[in-house]
Design a binder for this molecule. Sequence first.
Ligand code: PEP
Ligand code: MG
Length: 820
Amino acid sequence: MELDQRLIRIGAHPSSKAAAIQQVGELLVAGGYIAPAYIASMLRREEVANTYLGNGIAIPHGLPDDRNLVLRTGIAVLQVPQGVVWQDHERAQLIVGIAARSDEHIEVLRRLTRILGDRALVARLTQTNDPQVIAAALSGTPTPTISPTPSGDEQAPGITVTISHPTGLHARPAGTLAELARRFQAAIRIHYGSRSADAKSLIELLQLGVEHGAQVRISASGPDAEAALAALRDAISSGLGEEEPLVLAGNGAPPAHGWQPRHSTTTIHGISAAPGLALGPTYRHRARRVEVSDQGGDPLSESERLQAALNAAAAELEQLYAETKTRLGSSKAAIFLAHREFLNDSGLLQEVARAIFAGHSAAWAWHQAIQSRVSQLQKLDDPVLAGRAVDLSDVGQRVLRHLVGAAYDPGPTPATPVILLAEDLTPSDTAMLDPDTILGLCTARGGPTSHTAIIARSLGIPAMVGAGASLLDLPDGTPVVLDGDSGALYVAPAASDLEAARQWQARLRQQQAAASATRHAPAVTLDGVHIEVAANVNRPADAVAALEAGAEAIGLLRTEFLFLERSQPPSEDEQFAVYRDVVQAMQGRPVIIRTLDIGGDKSVAYLDLPHEDNTFLGIRGIRLCLQRPELFIPQLRAIYRAAAYGPVRIMFPMIATLEEWHTARALAEQVRTQLEAPRVELGIMVEVPSAALLADHFATEVDFFSIGTNDLTQYTLAMDRLHPELARQADALHPAVLRLMARTVEAARAHSRWVSVCGGVAGDPRGALILAGLGVRELSVSPPAIAEVKAALRAQRMDELQALAQRALTCRSAAEVRRL
Ligand code: PEP
Ligand code: MG
């Protein structure tokens, strides 16, 4: 650990703790140890955990997540003879800023704890005018001050545990451990190598210098020794209260690849939705405007239509306001309240009413009234009022969409490659995007398992969602770097950062190319177990791409994409042609066609679906199909007809009860006999907890299960997959979800049925390994993930994956599973 004497500032007078951290941070920047952005991370850490060690010494350092901003390991010292208030009545006089990428700073802590125990030495260091005195003390060889191991302790009952925290037993986890130990009467010691420490003494614990991955023995003797050992074991295995790096939701995104700018720059944070790094100019996506015709009807019913549209738009705006407020605070959300206020403008409403009663349609009347106001505002040549014109026009369109029953129209795509910014995109907007012109995708709303995110992943476009309304303030053409892995948009970064990002992107591409070179080879583990890796697709063209990406089958054809963004459902013949094309494109490989899953975040105007307060818990998926045979029967007919062209399997979504499955199966069987078609395998998606819990019953009747982790996770954890805040935590590797999956696999095994997983977590190489260990033998993933998932599986032994999965099942949190 380096200590450059020039980085010791004597006699500093920071006005506050924040100023002290800023100053010591600047020393570290000057020494070339950290990027300037790390200072903000040091400040943020203090909000989570106070770094005051005791006896006038504090050791500010950044959050583990920001370790990439550490350029070199080293320390800097700010001596504050008068002291600065650190917390409550504690004053820090020696502020040791630490830049460490892993656990090198453990060594510094050991030295500091030696100093800490020596009040006279601390007094000297905080008053000296000579930086050398401080340098010598911090780089001297530590003299052990650990209390001697009491005789007889070797015989005390004990346990051996592994310290799995990435930075070892440093100050904060050691503090938690000591605090816990102090709650017990028993004498507790931690043994590490040839040394041991009193577990109740933070200083002694730190002096042990336990590093990441080290095994320690804990012994305890006294009345409550057994309870103490159990409590310590549990605390250590759950991470000693250390803050976790933000865990991505169960969307399959790999961990952050590590690039970050070195110079501080405006950063907009959102939720990671599709991995990768993208660089380019921004382009604000604006939906195509609704066309209005003037076919006036009866004024009363036109007025009622207007009222209904105004109510629906107001409800949407309230929801937008609430979502944005929880994420970004009321000031950023206020724009949506302002939008809603437009809907109550009495002058506007009177004008519309007059036009309706003069015989015009509600849509025409509304459009005219909005347009005249918009153009008046635009004429004023005032940027603020022009902004209001944009808002008014936005609201106008929102109401018009409800009036004419039109969905949001994607509008033109830009001609040159851009990073697309949008308030939100409907699933089909995203599906229509051209990966050649869209380098990256950022939306103000949405969650990582929304269909927007799923499609972005399947197109291989880095994406971030839920970034808040400020995203939409960026002028078109702003240069940005989008990090889809960690969900960050760096606005107008320094030229050197842009260049670094470009190089990083090139390296990532090389890694992908290496996995891609073997994408057509099967994923066979080192001990010979084959895991089929299939693709999730939406259209025939995707099937061709999937095959090219190395898919061994289609594990999920999301047929609802055929039904979106049109004015009536596709006919049986149209559906048949599409299914047949997919089946033929796969050249004899199996295709699982999932019947219509509309509802939830996928709505279709022409179906006149009743309003749902809780779209994900309403008439969705199979429930809708069972209510609407006029939709379901033609689809089943089309699928059975396509089955003549290759191996097809049928899968029903959102099955919650045996009754639903029975009805769906009976309808399928009825269609099949009418067509005199051969049998095909019939399976269900396991994406509602009840289906997993009753898997033993289902397994006697279905041919296969496909686990939909996106929905299974949202329903198990009661966390909306689109929720701007919760979606982050809705992690499919949560042990509660894993247990439901294990139960499903067990039931399937007992009845010799097969299980696949087609939810997003199957495409996360870490998720794929655990799923394979649980006994899943087919993973269906978005095509760009195929090569990487296969490469990850090939590097493992199945017996080890099984052991890993068993350990995952005993974990207490998703974070613990991810640590495995
Ligand atoms: C799922 O829920 O995991 C799934 C694959 O289905 P969808 O994402 O289409 O709801
Ligand atoms: Mg689902």
